[in-house]
Design a protein around this ligand. Structure first.
Ligand code: NCD
Length: 305
């Protein structure tokens, strides 16, 4: 059951929760018109304290497509936070005006704090460097649509595995399924944190940490690329050491399976060159488009069951 629940981290979700959301998203894509007034009279409040394009706009679009309405805190500089109002009081207000709160924040734990304050469900649209549960829903749903299944696949996760909340949530979500193997591909400085490694071991998932994409590309069904999270490096000179570590080009893909799909939460910076966009492997824009039906499914299940 998802009705009335906060969505803070992938860890609180079961495989069944994911599948319920995926099934609802399938139904939405089959007959979008049927859903246009499911959330009539409901209001979603959004508060984005960090930049966002896809997450913010796809949440808004999802709510509007369900017949609901949206109030947005807007730029922090134009809200009362600029006068010194704290996060707790701001959340309390959003809670009293709306039926569900969607929040993104720089600090890990901010969404949990908001959920403790608010009576209405809080959806974490990304906080800090660990949790971005709705992105993981989209990513796994994209795999299910493009490959027909998640179980049994070999998946490479490439880039910033240390600071990326999208990569971390993706890996945590994969651990709920029976994937064949996960390759964690990163420079040594950006390897996954110990808790992620433990999570995979506990789930009994076979995984291997490697540095070179070329060594594993031929084995992959899915390559999940990610941006190096410049803004999360405590020391800018450390970022300089790893920037541009990976650039996927048409050349890189020569040894790939014809059925390989490349996913990316976006935005990309320089890790996928533009020439890859026109190959049949490139699925990241279609993946981003799935953000709307997945978030529609989630909002519907949380608000009306
Ligand atoms: C991601 C994020 O904000 O964590 N973006 C997204 O929501 N699609 C990934 C990123 O910023 O690199």
């Amino acid at each position: 059951m998802l009705r009335g629940r906060d969505i803070i981290s992938v860890n609180e979700l079961s495989r069944q929760d994911f599948e319920r959301i995926f099934d609802a998203a399938d139904e939405i894509l089959e007959a979008p018109g049927k859903w246009s007034s499911v959330l009539r009279g409901k209001i979603m409040a959004t508060a984005f304290f960090e930049p966002s394009t896809r997450t913010r706009l796809s949440f808004h679009t999802a709510m509007l497509r369900l017949g609901g309405e949206v109030v947005d805190l807007g730029e922090v500089e134009k809200s009362s936070m600029a006068k010194g109002e704290n996060l707790s009081d701001t959340i309390r207000m959003l809670d009293s005006y709306s039926d569900v709160i969607v929040m993104r924040h720089r600090l890990e734990g901010a969404a949990k704090l908001a959920a403790e304050i608010a009576e209405k469900p809080v959806i974490n649209a990304g906080d800090g460097s660990r949790n971005h549960p709705t992105q993981a829903m989209i990513d796994l749903y994209a795999i299910r649509r493009f490959h027909g299944r998640i179980d049994g696949l070999t998946i490479g996760v490439l880039g910033d595995l240390k600071y990326g909340r999208a990569t971390n949530s993706f890996i945590a979500a994969l651990a709920k399924f029976r994937v064949e193997r996960i390759y964690l591909i990163s420079p040594p400085q950006l390897r996954v944190r110990d808790d992620t490694r433990e999570l995979l071991s506990e789930a009994g998932i076979e995984f291997k940490e490697v540095e070179r994409l070329e060594d594993v590309i031929g084995e992959l069904d899915v390559l999940y690329a990610s941006r190096i999270q410049k803004e999360r490096f405590p020391d800018p000179s450390e970022y300089e050491l790893v920037r541009g570590s990976y650039v996927i080009t048409a050349e890189t893909l020569k040894g790939a399976r014809s059925s390989l799909t490349i996913l990316h939460p976006l935005p990309r910076v320089d890790e996928i060159s533009f020439e890859v966009d026109s190959t049949p492997h490139a699925k990241y824009f279609e993946q981003a488009a799935l953000g709307v039906p997945v978030r529609m499914a989630l909002l519907k299940l949380i608000l009306v069951g």
